[in-house]
Ligand binder design. Structure first.
Ligand code: UDP
Length: 239
């Protein structure tokens, strides 16, 4: 079914932490299934969806560096964590009947296909949801930057950033009761105000490629599809 939607082709960035639910580490399969159900619902609107998944629920490179270890090795460990999450999310999506493929920025052919723009576009054209694992494939980057990068490579008309809250606030609304929520912002304003919604490199890359960033809550069931259909609650960042 194809209905009127706000964006036809989107890149969804899901942080690793979104998959861990309340358990504080790793993957809660029930939570992964719930997120997959939201993605399946959005897919049924006829929207082409690709996904960048983070790894913060498993490992972050800075954790190694902060204890005197080698940052590059830590980042390799973090990128491997994103592959574990990608496989978990693919498993949940396949359970929902959504054809899904994982493409990794780091070659591991026994486990999944390797990323190339050509392969990714071909899978998307064949109607599959594409999950990008391994971030950008480079240390010192984040999966937010991978989200902006893959959004540009896939020709996505919006970068959806799934967060813990329903948009961008002037401060962390869970800690600061005076935090103000924004409905709309420009990429420049996000950078100038230093709003911690995505890292600077990700916002700058989205700005350069004129890709809107839609920030919404992953905890609101059905919100992804609602926003795609023109409703819902989100902060929209545009030029
Ligand atoms: N990472 C990396 N290069 C990338 C993307 C990720 O080195 O292009 C590593 C980095 O160590 C990072 C970890 O993978 O801390 C997990 O990614 P991220 O922190 O972006 O995950 P999220 O916060 O979205 O769960």
């Amino acid at each position: 079914m194809t209905t009127e939607v706000r964006y036809r082709r989107v890149l969804l960035k899901v942080s690793g932490e979104a998959l861990m639910g309340s358990q504080g580490f790793g993957i809660d399969v029930a939570v992964a299934d719930r997120i997959a159900a939201d993605i399946a619902e959005a897919r049924s609107l006829g929207v082409e969806i690709s996904i960048v998944i983070g790894g913060g629920n498993i490992f972050r490179g800075v954790a190694v560096a902060s204890k005197g270890g080698d940052r590059v090795t830590g980042d390799h460990m973090g990128m491997l964590g994103t592959v574990i999450n990608a496989l978990a999310l693919r498993t949940s999506l396949i359970k929902m009947g959504v054809e899904t493929i994982v493409l990794s920025a780091i070659a591991m052919p026994e486990i999944c296909e390797s990323f190339s723009q050509r392969t990714a576009l071909a899978h998307q054209a064949a109607g599959r949801v594409v999950i990008f694992a391994g971030g950008t494939g480079n240390p010192f980057f984040t999966t937010d930057s991978a989200g902006a990068l893959r959004a540009a490579e896939m020709g996505a008309t919006a970068l959806f950033k799934a967060t813990q809250v329903d948009g961008i606030y002037s401060a962390d609304p869970k800690r600061d009761p005076d935090a103000v929520r924004y409905d709309r912002l420009t990429h420049d304003a996000v950078l100038q105000k230093g709003l911690a919604v995505m890292d600077v490199a990700a916002v700058a890359l989205a700005r350069e490629n004129h890709i809107p960033i839609v920030v919404f809550s992953i905890h609101e069931k059905g919100e992804f599809a609602k926003i795609l259909s023109g409703g819902g609650r989100a902060t929209i960042v545009t030029d």
